[in-house]
Ligand binder design. Sequence first.
Ligand code: HEC
Length: 155
Amino acid sequence: MKSRHSLIARTLGLSATFLLLHSSVPAVAGEIEKAVEYRQGVMNVFSWNMKAMGDMMKGKTEFDKGRFADHAQELSNASKFKLMNGFPEDSESDESDALAEIWMDFEDFESKYQDFGSAAQALEKVAQGGDKGSMGAALKKTGKSCKACHKKYKN
Ligand code: HEC
């Protein structure tokens, strides 16, 4: 019986040690997953608004200046999120399409986000003016700023 008890104690001791040693690993992994969810969520805010505006321009949905301006405003507001906080150092994961290159040249990555912000904020202004041709041009420019970043930093 004695040996059996000590076996249980050893097993329990071992698992307690195991938990102690490894408890920090899931916490960190969890933080990375939260950051990944956050940044992907923001990206989805971007793309939902871009698609709505793109569909109007392409004639897939009816063009409506007011609705277009609303989407442009939403996108512009979202471009002011401090999205860089959602890219903590080396936060790569299986759930993420972010490339390691981001953290090799974070300044450039950040400047691509600023380029997008400038384009989105210009689009918002143009949309308030209501000229369809100018809106289309500003939308295209914004789309290019998404692609410029994805090309280099997204899988
Ligand atoms: C500063 C760089 C940058 C800019 C600007 C940018 N993106 Fe992204 N985007 C990324 C990165 C990096 C990922 C991968 C994120 C991940 O999976 O962790 C991503 C992912 C996405 C995704 C996939 C989200 C998911 O659920 O997995 C969509 C959709 C997207 N971006 C749309 C856009 C649109 C639309 C724009 C412009 C209006 C834009 N992005 C601007 C860097 C950028």
